[in-house]
Design a protein around this ligand. Sequence first.
Ligand code: SF4
Ligand code: SF4
Length: 72
Amino acid sequence: MIITEFNEKRCKACGLCAVACPKKIIRINKDRVEINGLGCAELISNDCIGCKACATVCPDIAISIYREEERN
Ligand code: SF4
Ligand code: SF4
């Protein structure tokens, strides 16, 4: 299982990750931007393929992607 995490303290809602994602599954939650001034990118589906395009393009190193082994 691929885990994609966004650090909301780092994310400034620039949207570059959403543009870079080939699956188009990242959006910027505008409500959060208005509440605390920090953006919060988030996934809108579980279709992440772990390509790391989002993490590579993020200027604030706000995205972590890792694979979690399935537990039986
Ligand atoms: S590229 Fe980084 S800083 Fe920009 S919206 Fe995505 S997670 Fe936030
Ligand atoms: S790792 Fe790839 S598919 Fe997954 S959210 Fe990032 S850009 Fe999209």
